[in-house]
Design a protein around this ligand. Sequence first.
Ligand SMILES: CC(C)(COP(=O)(O)OP(=O)(O)OC[C@H]1O[C@@H](n2cnc3c(N)ncnc32)[C@H](O)[C@@H]1OP(=O)(O)O)[C@@H](O)C(=O)NCCC(=O)NCCS
Length: 153
Amino acid sequence: MSESGVSYQFVKGLYQTGLLLSNLAEMDRQSLPGEAWDEQGWQRFVQAGVETGLVSVGPELAGFISFWVHDEETELLKLAVIPSYRRQGLGEGLVKALLQRQNSGHRLFLEVRVSNQKALYLYRKMGFTEQGLRRQYYQNPKEDALVLSYMIP
Ligand SMILES: CC(C)(COP(=O)(O)OP(=O)(O)OC[C@H]1O[C@@H](n2cnc3c(N)ncnc32)[C@H](O)[C@@H]1OP(=O)(O)O)[C@@H](O)C(=O)NCCC(=O)NCCS
């Protein structure tokens, strides 16, 4: 844990059970209501190989980043910081912590709602670039997605 009490931890596999799954589902519901997974949804994705990075402030979970790792690229599925901990660098910290786990030449990509200015500012600040548009990619509400990517130097 750092002096500020912020710590990052990565988890994978079925020990993501019980309390952690319900915490993830709750943070997901608060942050990404249109596309949140419930506990069963989290269970299914974890079983299918989704990994998650967690950020805590002291003993409290403040956010998460979830992703699939393929051979040469990682697909970022979800990034969320709970409202009371936003604008403190934790979202950026989660993306940086994920980037640090990968080798040079590895590519990260993600989809983001075209209207999600906060996330777009964050990804652009970190050097992600636009690769294209997926029309009507999202439901609840329907919206296009921008595809962004970042190659680790
Ligand atoms: C997007 C989200 C993860 C950002 O988390 P955060 O911890 O507040 O972000 P950070 O404090 O690390 O901010 C990093 C950068 O993001 C951008 N940013 C974050 N929040 C912003 C806001 N409200 N307005 C403008 N820019 C913002 C800024 O560029 C910021 O850098 P700066 O502080 O130097 O200006 C958070 O707002 C969230 O959980 N939103 C709901 C879920 C979501 O939209 N996830 C992304 C789906 S792809």
